[in-house]
Unconditional design. Sequence first.
Length: 230
Amino acid sequence: MRTARITLIVVVILGVLFVAADRIALAIAQGKAAERAQATEGLSDKPKISIKGFPFLTQAASGTLDHVTISADGVVAGGAGRTVEVQDFHADLYHVKLSDGYRSAKADRATGRALITYDELTKAAGGVTVSYAGPGKTDEVRITGSVRAAKLSVLSKVTVADGQDDTVRLRAETVPEPFESLGLGDEVRHAIDFSPQLSHLPVGLHLQSVTTGKDGVTVTFSGTGVVLAN
């Protein structure tokens, strides 16, 4: 009986030590991954990286992490000279395969979301103001500005650009009649229509939808075979 009790105590202690070692290794891995992501993307703050599942050491030894989440603010994305800073970025990565001494990572599947504020869209637009269109208008924004000193205000549709699944498209449904009658339709379009590109999305990740709200434009994305590091 005494031997059984001693064996039980040893097993419990070893179990506690394994859990402690596993949690320490997990914390180190998450910290290193956050540091690398911060340096690679030029973030002002470290992103929050969480590796789900237990035990971590077993997952790491197998070379596959079941589920990893990433959350960050201030992620810079852009293209064609128009840069936007993405807020409230969150991604869920599933079955992340590690290789090349943990320097390469590829997720079987990934989903996520991010917010582009109206201030950031206004900066990207260059010359007009982008703002909330109002309740019930979940795929539109308000564009205000001026062309040849004449003020204009239009509603623009917000969509994922056709054939460009890394680009958000803002396009007014119509140009105000006074501008059309003066032959300024093309000039107005040039001023108010634009398409910010999210050029830093990992390979394999694609925009799926856009929704407008009080705080800005929320984009969702997903993909398979997503390359996270190479």
